[in-house]
Design a protein around this ligand. Structure first.
Ligand code: CMP
Length: 143
């Protein structure tokens, strides 16, 4: 089953959007297999965003991600990476359609509420970075 890593960033937590975001993933039919609230270290965040290290906004991004707790999750289901990003909307909220999480709740790319893996390969890397194997609870609905 495909898995994706979804994080509710400090602005999403502070604005009380945790339950609303979880609800959208549950409603769509994805299965929650891991969830925790964390304040990751500087080094952890720099590793998570390593591919953006050369960007002018990089240090600001790391400070933003350290500004409060993050809700880190793993969701599983058919096409979870692309489908999860569809629920989140575009990285830049200005390009996000109403109905998507960013399209409904955010205005600027520097405060875009949530993160979602952009491919199956990054999802597996991100899941391994944020969660230990014993923190993933795979489960099936009883028949
Ligand atoms: P995310 O989906 O977590 O992936 C990379 C993050 O970098 C992105 O969301 C934004 O939070 C941030 N980001 C990307 N582009 C910019 C930008 N031009 N200015 C500020 N932050 C950005």
């Amino acid at each position: 089953m495909e898995r994706t890593f979804i994080a509710i960033k400090p602005d999403g937590v502070a604005r009380g959007l945790v339950a609303k975001i979880i609800k959208r993933f549950e409603q769509r039919g994805y299965k929650l297999v891991a969830l925790k609230m964390v304040k990751p270290s500087d080094a952890h965040l720099r590793e998570h965003y390593a591919d953006l290290a050369g960007k002018g906004f990089f240090n600001g991004l790391i400070e933003y991600m350290k500004s409060g707790p993050i809700v880190a999750m793993v969701w599983a289901g058919e096409n979870a990476c692309a489908g999860g990003r569809m629920l989140l909307g575009e990285t830049n909220p200005q390009s996000s359609l109403p109905g998507s999480i960013r399209g409904d709740y955010s205005l600027t790319i520097g405060r875009n509420i949530c993160h979602g893996s952009d491919s199956v390969e990054s999802a597996e890397k991100e899941i391994a970075l944020w969660f230990g194997k014993d923190e993933i609870c795979d489960w099936e609905l009883p028949v």
